[in-house]
Structure formats: C-alpha cells, structure tokens
Design a protein around this ligand. Structure first.
Ligand SMILES: [Zn+2]
Length: 302
C-alpha cells in the first residue's frame, strides 16, 4: 500500500469509521470499547479519537486495529473496503511496464469501445448481482486480468460530455482485498454515471446512490441514477454539480440511504443543497440498495 493511500485512510473521519464499526455515536461521543464504560467517555475530533477515562487515543487506523484486533495492514485494507472506494493509485507499470503518469484518457478509451466481459465478470454482474444487460452495456463495463491472473472489472467514469475522466477497478475474486482500485491519476473521480443527466426529462426523478454497485442496481430496476463514489468521500465538486443541476432543472431527487450512520449523514449533507431530496427507507434486512434489489427486482416505490 502506498504512503499516499495510508495518509488518505488515516485522515478519514474517525467518527464515521466508528459508525461503520457499529458503534453508536452521539454528539461526537460514544461508549468506549476499550474499557467498561457507562457514560460516553470516548470523543471524536476529525480523524482522532480519545477516551477521557482510560486514556486510549489514536487515529482512524489505530482505532480499527484496536477494535477489530487487526494488524496495521489488515486495518488499512478493512478501512479501504468498508469505505467503498478509497483511492488507491494503481500501478500500471506492474502489469504493462509503463512509467507512472497522470491519468491519460486516450490510453484507455479504446478499452471501453468494445467492452469484453470475462467469465468472472459475467458471473458477478449477471448471476450474483442480476443486473440488466442493457445497464452493463450503457455503463460500458469491461474486464481484464492482471499479470498474476487476477480478474478485474473495469468501471469507466465519464463526465456529462461523455469524456472518460477516470477508471475504477473492482477485484472479481470474492473476498479479495483490496476490493477497489483506481487507475492512476483517477483521483479526480467524482459523480458516477453523469451521462444519464443528458437523458433526464424535466421533472423526472433522479436517484442518488452510494457507490456504483447500487447505481447499477437502481438502473436495472428501471430508474435513472447517479452515484456518489462513497458516503465518506463526498467532494465539494460533487455537491456543486448537483446544486447547479437542481437550480437549472426540475429534477426530483431520491435516495435510499445505506442503513448506517454514514449513509444517513450523506443524505443530510445532500439535503442541504437539494432541499427536495426524498428519503426512502430500506427495510431492516437490507443494508444497501443492491441487497434490496436482489430481493425485489422490480420495486415500485414511485
Ligand atoms: Zn476508555
């Protein structure tokens, strides 16, 4: 793992990390998991935590290490996966011998002109996720195999003009870490599936999802959708794009927040700039929309 990535993980909001671990946080405080706590002694500030009773303290990485009993590297991997899409610079030279450079769309565009789905990708997309083939084609998902034989799904990010702006890679080996990697220079990645905005009719609902998997499920269920790459990585640029869109169009925004605190926080953050954002509640047995879609392939919430 690169130093850059570790710094990125270290700077994650420790409060969000605690919530992803299932710890209840109220007013930046929680019951300390490191001693027998009866009044919330653990406090969060930015990427740091501190217990005013037993004295445990540290950052997001050491928090995960201590709570889950993981070593440093495993804690980093857990954080990267749990937060969906932490940017990991992808070493192209590992597979192609090419020197690292900023993201150069012209080198990758051709991969998405004739997408190819290998056996693992087809299994993942059509059997496990039961996605609509038209959605997979629209998203121009393709697959490849690295030098060690690991199959990857390649997910292109296009801007509204249809220009390739970044690529996310998803490991197709079940349970493998890291689950996600960005192609180098893909750090400017923002809203996923922006070209769908060009198809929106006035007043038509637009769903905002967390992560591209939920976006594919939403599209497969027959709704127009875009995705925030991750609840914990909402950028100012994404917010501005949505705000500008909202002011110019009569779109109604909808969301099924993930059933956890970061999911709800993302909803509240977005609602500030999109006052009309409609909250849809997932049933208790579904933690995100992908799961809901698998159980109800043709949901009729609208
Ligand atoms: Zn404590």
């Amino acid at each position: 793992m690169e130093r850059y990535d570790i710094e990125k993980l270290r700077s994650l909001s420790c409060e969000s990390v605690a919530q992803r671990l299932g710890i209840t946080v109220q007013r930046h405080k929680a019951l300390c998991p490191f001693h027998d706590d009866h009044t919330p002694s653990l406090t969060f500030k930015g990427s740091k935590f501190k217990c005013w009773s037993c004295g445990e303290s540290g950052d997001s990485i050491s928090f995960v290490m201590k709570v889950l009993g993981k070593d440093f590297l495993d804690a980093c991997r857990w954080l990267a996966d749990e937060h969906n899409v932490i940017v990991t610079s992808f070493k192209v030279q590992e597979v192609s011998g090419v020197q690292e450079k900023p993201f150069d769309a012209s080198r990758y565009e051709r991969f998405f002109e004739r997408p190819f789905l290998n056996e693992e990708a087809r299994k993942f997309l059509f059997e496990e996720r039961r996605l609509d083939e038209r959605v997979v084609r629209w998203c121009r998902l393709t697959s490849w195999r690295d030098r060690s034989g690991t199959p990857w799904l390649q997910i292109p990010y296009f801007n509204r003009e249809g220009k390739l702006v970044g690529i996310q890679n998803r490991n197709l080996v079940r349970g493998a870490t890291p689950r996600f990697r960005f192609t180098q220079g893909g750090g400017s990645i923002s809203l996923y599936n922006q070209p769908v905005l060009n198809l929106l009719r006035p007043g038509e609902p637009l769903f905002i999802t967390e992560g591209c998997s939920d976006c594919w499920a939403m599209l497969s269920a027959g709704h127009k959708a875009i995705a925030i790459p991750s609840a914990t990585l909402l950028t100012q640029k994404d917010v501005e794009l949505l705000e500008t869109w909202n002011l110019k169009h009569e779109t109604t925004f909808h969301m099924f927040p993930d059933r956890d605190a970061p999911g709800e926080r993302l909803f509240l953050q977005l609602q500030k700039v999109l006052p009309s954002l409609v909250h849809h509640q997932l049933p208790p047995d579904c933690k995100d929309f992908s799961e809901y879609y698998l159980k109800n392939p043709s949901f009729g919430c609208l």
